[in-house]
Design a protein around this ligand. Sequence first.
Ligand SMILES: [Fe+2]
Length: 363
Amino acid sequence: MDLTITDDGRLRVVAQGGDPVVLHPLWLRERLPDAGVLDPQTGQRLVDAADTPHDLRVTVAHTDGSITFSDGFATRLPSAWLAGAIAGEPAARPPVYWDGTLDPSAFPSADLSAVRDDPAALGALLAGLDAYGFAVVRGVGLDPDGGLALADLMGPIRITNWGGMADVKAIANAYDLTMTPRALEPHSDNPYRDPVPGYILLHCLINDADGGDSTLVDGFHAAQMLRETDPDAFATLATTDVTFRYRDATTFLQHDCPLIACNAAGDVVQVRYNNRTEMVGALPIDQLDRYYAARAAFWRLIAPASPLTLRFRLQPGELLMMDNYRLFHGRTGYTLASGSRHMRQCYMDRDTVGSRRRLLQSA
Ligand SMILES: [Fe+2]
């Protein structure tokens, strides 16, 4: 590893056979693996990075990794650490977009016994979930709380005002249209919460009525298509906050947010669609015109008849895990006279599942 200093005091590193990489002195300083900068036990920073002089320079650099800064701070960079520093963070894996032609043999899937016994199998399942936004777990059994056996492998479930594990089946006096036999249009769950539940674990106990197939739409794919075909509509949905609201006698949930949320780089990080609970505010007429046209364009991409809709049937003992930031889910209607449909579902937060995935991937 060859270390030299540029004219403006930056560190130039050349690995054998590699191109030169120039490191900013402040970037280098605030992440130094030195007990004077990072706590050796936690890896957390001990110094107030924002107080470091902005004109900091590297003044001495030797091939053995020894460096000195213009404020007199000196340390020695381990070669393995320096190799990692110039390699940079691994690029995030982009989502695998899919549509209604996705073959069931390509679904990320596993048996519960396999992921319970083998951390690598759980890691592979969660990697598939991350790539596709959903996964099917088989062999969960017919215990009403069987889904918790899978959840326990990842972490705590999200408890809401409705509790933890909840029934999804037709009941008298339903408090939500989910609890009726009617078809459910593609939607994301609970957009009126903050944060929105990250993952849905939907466990099938009975599914022998006529109808009641599951439908899924890759919302990130739909957003990408909207961006390509109608960039103005995409921009409108990404910049217009709408209100999602749920209210009953004991609960008043509300979240103001856009249907399409992007990060600072412009990548889509969350989509929401929930016809039952969305209301746009009293915006100026021309903004409403744009919003309604954009929402309709997005809806056409995710509507049940669209080519993006994936339709399949969950079998008893199977569990469908869905990314509620990315997917829209629904079902076809069913007739109670022909049989019954009973699912149980719970939520998990995004960081809980992401933590388990990252731990398994870095093991
Ligand atoms: Fe739902």
